[in-house]
Design a protein around this ligand. Structure first.
Ligand SMILES: Nc1nc2c(c(=O)[nH]1)N[C@H]1C(S)=C(S)[C@@H](COP(=O)(O)O)O[C@H]1N2
Ligand SMILES: [Mo]
Length: 222
């Protein structure tokens, strides 16, 4: 593993990660088709599930209120370092969206509550040179998206799902939600949001996953 990788190499499920990396190399699960989100609800190669599967690297950090801290930094006018109650005091949004995982499941009608990315952008005000947004999580996981992918009305920092606090296994107390990209971009146990001029590929992006991750274009692998 690379030096800048997750610090939990003892705990993480190396076998599972190797298998997913092999799938990326082989282009597994690719159907070679695209779909149009204006007319179709299920992206190509996906199947609908009713439950919500759990996927992680093998560690599910216990982010208590005392341990919680959300840093928003990088090339911004106003940096933040928020305790949980301060995060909860930010303007809140409720919204429903569908989610799509690269391992081929999609789940419809998820009802979320949290802080919208666009509300956060108004507060921190990234400099005009910023192009990328990097998420870091309490388990060491990272994911990168482009600023224009972050600056969308359905992108949220969520703390509730179906009217209840997000469970620990799904990344509570606060996780990212970028519903129009494959779910690996939505970092669980969110610790830091970093605004940068240059790109920094995340955990799966360094292992062959696509940098942009649009399910409608089936951007599973690089
Ligand atoms: N912190 C963290 N976030 C993460 C991951 C992870 O291992 N650690 N896995 C990603 C992947 S690969 C997927 S598919 C989704 C799964 O989210 P879920 O377990 O809530 O379904 O979380 C993403 N966010
Ligand atoms: Mo995933």
């Amino acid at each position: 593993m690379a030096d800048d990788d997750v610090p939990f190499t003892g705990k993480i499920r190396d076998k599972l990660i190797e298998r997913k990396q092999d799938w990326a190399r082989q282009g597994r699960l690719l159907t070679g088709t695209t779909a149009d989100p204006d007319h179709d609800r299920l992206p190509p190669g996906q199947r609908l599930v009713k439950d919500w599967p759990v996927l992680d690297l093998g560690a599910q950090p216990d982010v208590t209120e005392a341990k919680f801290r959300l840093d928003v930094d990088g090339a911004v006018a106003n940096r933040l370092s928020l305790r949980l109650h301060e995060f909860m005091a930010l303007p809140q949004t409720e919204q429903a969206s569908d989610i799509h995982c690269v391992t081929q499941w999609s789940r419809y009608d998820n009802h979320w509550k949290g802080v919208s990315a666009q509300a956060l952008l108004r507060i921190v005000q990234p400099s005009s040179e910023v192009n990328h947004v990097i998420f870091t999580a309490h388990d060491g996981y990272t994911a990168n998206i482009r600023l224009h992918q972050f600056d969308q009305p359905d992108v949220l920092l969520v703390h509730q799902w179906q009217g209840r606090p997000i469970s620990r296994e799904h990344g509570g107390p606060v996780r990212m939600l970028v519903p129009r990209l494959y779910l690996w971009k939505s970092a669980k146990w969110l610790r830091r949001i970093h605004f940068t001029i240059s790109d920094h590929p995340g955990f799966w992006e360094r292992r062959g996953y696509h940098n942009d991750a649009d399910p409608w274009q089936e951007e599973r692998y690089d």
